[in-house]
Write a protein that binds this ligand. Structure first.
Ligand code: IVH
Length: 703
């Protein structure tokens, strides 16, 4: 046994076999080392060695244990394959944490106010007060108080679910741990940030200690808060501004300005610059004033946020997709710099779109080093006529991808040649064609084009789709190149395949046992998925998150949606009319959706994928106890109590589906004065017709 066993070690480690005594000593040393590394990695988020070193130690232990099985009993190798520490626990936000729509020009802000006026049907001269406050460049957090005691703090995460960082937040000196006269449940939202001075000092300390240098105050704040070891967070200078409300058990204010006062009384730090403005001119003046003071502020800001002051109006305005109708972020103008264009690369996206990307001599644009910038598309490139060798102006606005504004013509080299846009795909060689009236040239290679395969998979695992952690660009590329995955369903077969195949992922450079275990856990976590995410993840052209959500809500389940799409392919079918009756889905979007379903290979890939998953039926958005949840309603004719837009938004928030045309599936038709053909159709089909007042009486008990 020993002789054969020792051969294990010799073969595995490529070293002379150890004597039994040496083996025991060596094993004990390795156990001590690996136990320490496990602790540092899992509990303290500060790995001491790289994966390769760790894996090699584990392999050596396993090789010794193959020779001396009794050593395996209390060894850390027994834990191989155990679920890795998940880091932070997850927190589901009671009220989603949304993002903000952006405005760049003053006119965008006027339009924003105009939209509010129209939505609420306010008179042209009715005042709309807004609160303007600096947009802090940090990370948003939610703070939950129960009976006045701080019980839970969470990051924004994907807006629906964030990370539980309660203990870390408790280390912030400015965070109230208990508050007086608070409602039973109070969720306060705000921004954790680092001041410019604290950021510079922290980086100096980090540098002196040979530790990580942070790129900007926001990264430093995020990196400091998301530490598994809260003592590290405690040693970092984090600050806080509270600025919004999440869940509350009872009303605490009538307006945002009042709410900010209340926050201050409760002891939360609020931004001293926040100002209530009477009209749009006042907020725009505020914005320009802050712009001038920006450099002198102690913290980074990237714009000004405007919020409708009256809470009853905020409530009526509600949300569109991921942002409220009652707030907007007015961003500061882009920062610009000039540099030299070294080459133009043509990238191929998931739908085959060819995008020109500028590779630049790296240049600092407003504090961020930029080496690549987008040139948008073929027409834009031709219009700007930027040429390799040109000195070009680069611009960066907030988080937006840097873009090339144009060339500096008097610096153009004499021999610079106009760029010739390719008519074949640079990746797969297939024809690249442009549809009539389309600005974008697309590769026709479909799934035979590696670039499209890669981009589709990237989209599939991205944050708002399947959100699989550990499948970043590099790993996806590695898995595709190595033939591990080619389509989404393969991701869910990866673990079985890895266990059965000859090659093991963990043996490849840059992977290792821990990383692979973690990845498999992340994948298996996503085997159950909401229908709307599933639909969005498919990457069908023109089907973004909002459309995916509408489809999910309309059809309810994967099976029903799939069947309805197949039925809708012949345009004369009822199913087609049902599809285009969905809000915001017109014939153009329908064409893209049906083109997807009309391809046998897409349908195969879809079914193959669905077989790996549990796809959750779509939920009615709020109150399932609402009398109109799941009902299909049509508004027609004039409405008097509110605008058509508000009526639709309200119906949807109560779980109803608002459709544009009357069919057998319609539950209610709300007909006002002047209703015509839709009313006639409803009467013909025997559908319940309500007046606006009857409709309001129906929905009012639950609002
Ligand atoms: S209000 C429903 N106010 O901006 C809107 N957000 O793009 C709730 N932010 O995720 C946000 N300063 O991290 C609000 N004074 C401020 C803000 C602010 C910074 C961030 C926040 C949010 C992001 C939205």
């Amino acid at each position: 046994m020993c002789a054969i066993g020792r051969a294990h070690y010799k073969k595995a480690m490529n070293t002379p076999a150890l004597t039994p005594f040496e083996a025991h000593i060596r094993h004990a040393t390795l156990v001590e080392q690996v136990t320490r590394w496990d602790r540092l990695y899992h509990s303290e988020d500060s790995p001491e060695v790289d994966d390769a070193t760790y894996d090699s130690a584990k392999r050596e232990m396993l090789a010794i244990e193959a020779d001396y099985p009794e050593l395996a009993k209390n060894s850390p190798t027994a834990k191989v394959g155990a679920a890795p520490s998940e880091g932070f626990g997850k927190v589901r936000h009671a009220v989603p944490m949304l993002s903000l729509d952006n405005a760049f020009a003053d006119d965008d802000v006027r339009e924003f106010v105009g939209r509010i006026r129209r939505f609420l049907a306010l008179a042209p001269d009715a005042p709309i007060a807004l609160v303007a406050e600096p947009k802090i460049d940090g990370l948003s957090i939610s703070l939950r108080y129960e009976n006045g005691i701080f019980v839970q703090g969470a990051t924004r995460g994907d807006g629906t679910e964030g990370e539980n960082v309660t203990e870390n937040l408790k280390t912030l000196a400015s965070l109230p741990r208990r508050i007086d006269n608070a409602p039973a449940v109070l969720e306060v939202r705000g921004e954790v940030y680092m001041t410019k001075a604290d950021f510079l000092a922290l980086n100096q300390r980090q540098e002196a200690a040979g530790d990580k240098i942070f790129a900007n105050p926001r990264n430093a704040a995020a990196g400091s808060l998301r530490q598994l070891n809260k003592d590290i967070t405690a040693s970092r200078p984090l600050s806080l501004f509270a600025y919004a409300m999440g869940e509350v058990s009872e009303p605490v204010a009538d307006s945002h300005a009042q709410f900010l006062d209340k926050l201050t009384q409760w002891g939360f730090p609020t931004n001293p610059l926040a100002t209530r403005c009477d009209d749009v001119d006042a907020v725009i003046a505020f914005y320009h004033g802050i712009g001038e003071r920006r450099a002198g502020l102690p913290y980074d800001i990237d714009g000004v946020v405007y919020k409708v002051d009256r809470f009853d109006w905020q409530q009526r305005l509600g949300f569109v997709s991921r942002s409220p109708r009652w707030a907007i972020a007015h961003k500061f103008p882009a920062e610009q710099a000039t540099t030299v264009l070294e080459r133009i690369e043509i990238q191929v996206g998931r739908t085959g779109a060819l995008t020109p990307v500028a590779h630049l001599v790296p240049v600092n644009v407003g504090g961020v080093v930029v080496a690549r910038a987008t040139l948008h598309n073929e027409d834009e490139l031709a219009r700007k006529d930027v040429r390799v060798g040109d000195t070009v102006i680069i611009q960066r606005a907030g988080d937006v991808i840097p873009q090339v504004v144009g060339p500096v013509l008097n610096l153009r080299p004499a021999d610079a040649q106009p760029f010739v846009f390719p008519v074949t795909c640079p990746i797969c060689g297939a024809h690249a064609v442009r549809g009539e009236d389309e600005a974008i040239r697309r590769c026709t290679g479909g799934l035979t084009c590696k670039a499209q395969v890669k981009e589709r998979l990237r989209h599939f695992v991205s944050r708002n789709a399947f959100d699989i952690e550990g499948l970043g660009d590099e790993n996806i590329e590695f898995l595709i190149e190595g033939g591990w995955i080619a389509k989404p369903a393969d991701i869910f077969r990866l673990e079985t395949r890895n266990a059965q195949g000859l090659q093991r992922l963990q043996n490849f450079k840059g992977w290792g046992e821990k990383k692979v275990t973690k990845l498999f856990a992340a994948i298996s976590n996503r085997r159950t998925i909401a229908l709307e995410r599933f639909i969005y993840a498919l990457g069908i052209r023109q089907v973004g998150e909002a459309t995916a959500k509408r489809l999910a809500r309309h059809y309810g389940s994967f099976a029903l949606w799939r069947q309805a799409m197949l039925d809708a392919i012949p345009r004369e079918n009822e199913a087609y009319h049902d599809l285009i009756s969905i809000e915001d889905i017109g014939p153009a979007v329908a064409t893209d959706i049906l083109a997807f379903f009309d391809e046998a290979h897409n349908l195969d890939a879809l079914d193959d994928l669905a077989a790996q998953l549990t796809i959750l039926d779509a939920q009615a958005p709020i109150a399932t106890n609402s009398p109109v949840a799941g009902k299909a309603v049509v508004f027609t004719g004039e409405l008097t109590a509110m605008t058509r837009q508000e009526a639709k938004a309200r119906a949807e928030s109560l779980g109803a589906k608002v459709v544009g045309s009357v069919s057998k599936k319609t539950d209610y038709v709300i007909a006002g004065p002047g209703a015509g053909s839709k009313l006639a159709e409803a009467e013909k089909l025997g559908i319940t017709v309500l007046t606006e007042q009857e409709w309001l009486a129906l929905i009012n008990p639950v609002v």
